[in-house]
Design a binder for this molecule. Structure first.
Ligand code: ADP
Ligand code: MG
Length: 237
């Protein structure tokens, strides 16, 4: 049997504002297997980011079970969760979330500090990752000296630096023009080709067409989950 990287059972998530409960995820169950490339789509407010934050162990579900690479993370304490997150997951955000005062190299090296790796090795690894995303010559630049596309490359390098098996990206091209979006999607394509599992949120059909499987959320439940016929046809041609 294939091993699930992500196994969700009846995941529910509500936000509480005072006494008011806002149910956002209303029972999401799914499996994502090793080296899948999944696009998560759905209207604004349907719960995509809420689900991604749970998948990324940045937030906990209100109810339900989440097994990540064999670890039951739904019952884990924050400290253990941070450890699993650091080892297993690389997260890419729409807004890049880089540290403005740090250089590209220093930004990419941040996860390695938490992993307890020494300075020299950190710099070597971060350098390699920047080269992998085509930014080998920009390592000394700070985020405000880089274009949006370059900032997103730095963020992708940071997500990859700990060699996580699962890459999660929440609207990674949402702030980028079409040409730059295509370049960024090429990078995700090569990440997938090198054996990673990729889950990416987008509301653009063109971007979703890079994925092999498309899951659509609506009002906090999975509306559809199917193979991307267009991508399959392309791969067979
Ligand atoms: P999507 O990413 O699909 O646009 P979100 O997961 O961001 O959707 O949001 C789903 C719903 O949850 C929205 O109604 C949003 O306003 C609400 N929401 C998201 N985050 C929070 C939060 N931290 N506190 C309260 N409500 C939230
Ligand atoms: Mg969102």
């Amino acid at each position: 049997m294939q091993k699930s990287v992500i196994h969700l059972e009846d995941i529910r998530k509500s936000y509480f504002l005072g006494k008011n409960e806002l149910p956002v995820l209303k029972g999401v169950s799914l499996d994502i297997f090793k080296n899948e490339y999944v696009a998560l789509m759905g209207p604004s407010g349907s719960g995509k980011s809420t689900l991604m934050n749970i998948l990324g162990c940045l937030d906990s579900p209100t109810d339900g079970k989440y097994i990540l690479s064999g670890h039951d993370v739904s019952t884990m304490e924050d400290n253990d969760l941070a450890g699993v997150r650091g080892k297993e997951i690389g997260f890419v955000f729409q807004q890049f979330n880089l540290m403005p005062r740090l250089t590209a190299l220093e930004n990419v090296a941040v996860p390695l500090i938490y992993a307890g790796i020494g300075k020299k090795e950190r710099e070597e690894k971060a350098r390699l990752m920047l080269e992998r995303v085509g930014l080998g010559d920009r390592y000394k630049h700070k985020p405000n000296e880089l274009s949006g596309g370059q900032c997103q490359r730095v963020a992708i390098a940071r997500a990859l630096v700990n060699d996580p098996s699962l890459i999660l990206a929440d609207e990674p091209t949402g702030n980028l023009d079409t040409k730059t979006s295509i370049e960024i999607m090429d990078i995700f394509g090569s990440i997938h080709a090198s054996g990673n599992t990729v889950v990416l949120v987008t509301h653009e059909e063109d971007i979703a067409d890079h994925a092999r499987r498309i899951i659509r959320l609506r009002d906090g439940v999975i509306e559809s989950d199917r193979v991307n016929e267009k991508k399959e046809a392309l791969l067979k041609s």
